[in-house]
Design a protein around this ligand. Structure first.
Ligand SMILES: [Zn+2]
Length: 137
């Protein structure tokens, strides 16, 4: 995912503060998560940060047995798959993230429509926080 910045602060530095932020277009009020420096709806470039609730629901997912190098380094492989999903936030936009608290070895146990809440994971290295979602209790 490309790092997109405006106002001198990035989406990822907000993740480090455990904040999920979107950008609101000042011209047409469209909301973008992850933030965009240029509005694809009206081409406006006046954006303001807006903090998301982190609440949403699972709209699509896949289980990944052969992941990216970063996920392999984190211990995921064909014997320890992970779930990657698309979450529709309560505020409207959809964003991808790892889905934790589900059983990726049993995909049929994972349901579209599951209510989720954002959580912030850290691999314990210098790569910073990344976004994940877990089922709401
Ligand atoms: Zn716009």
């Amino acid at each position: 995912m490309e790092v997109r910045e405006h106002n001198g602060t990035s989406f990822y530095s907000y993740l480090a503060e455990e904040k999920l932020m979107g950008s609101r277009c000042e011209s047409c009020r469209a909301l973008h998560v992850p933030p965009r420096p240029l509005c694809p709806a009206c081409y406006g470039n006046e954006m303001s940060w807006e903090e998301m609730s982190g609440i949403g629901e699972l709209i699509a997912f896949t289980t990944v047995h052969i992941g990216t190098n970063a996920m392999i380094a984190a211990g995921y492989d064909r014997n320890n798959p992970y779930c990657a999903g698309i979450v529709r936030l309560r505020e409207g936009p959809a964003i991808s993230g790892q889905i934790i608290g589900v059983d990726p070895s049993d995909p049929e146990s994972i349901a579209v429509g599951t209510p989720l809440r954002a959580t912030f994971l850290n691999r314990g290295d210098d790569s910073g926080n990344f976004l994940a979602f877990a089922p709401v209790d």
